[in-house]
Design a binder for this molecule. Structure first.
Ligand code: ZN
Length: 118
């Protein structure tokens, strides 16, 4: 998923897919996709955030919940590996879902607490 610089397909090759906003479907729209890796470009107006934003949340969670340095490192490493900052394919809602999944894999914290920080 990561490591691709992404090259859009031509106009005539675009695929008709559901356009989403905040995780809700907003009807069909032609989406370009990457001819290198096949990832469909995110067209949502719900712009993705930089990975630094999510790393800061991990730090804030760490202080609040007394998470060990080792756990926080695992979360940060997986965030970097997950393609979370691949703004070609993810919108903010999808990023938040992915972020929540990764954090909860290593830290026992409720989704509600994570949501409060997002
Ligand atoms: Zn690509």
């Amino acid at each position: 998923m990561t490591g691709c610089s992404h090259r859009n397909c031509g106009n005539s090759e675009k695929v008709w897919l559901m356009h989403t906003y905040g995780g809700k479907d907003c009807g069909l729209k032609p989406h370009p996709y990457c001819v290198e890796c096949g990832l469909v470009k995110n067209l949502s107006s719900d712009k993705p955030r930089k990975i630094g934003f999510y790393i800061n949340i991990v730090a804030a969670l760490g202080e609040r919940l007394k998470i060990s340095k080792a756990q926080m490192r695992l979360v940060s490493m997986e965030l970097h590996d997950s393609g979370l900052d691949d703004s070609y394919g993810l919108d903010r809602y999808q990023q938040e879902v992915l972020f929540t999944q990764i954090v909860r894999k290593y830290v026992s914290v409720s989704e509600k607490i994570i949501r409060e920080l997002l």
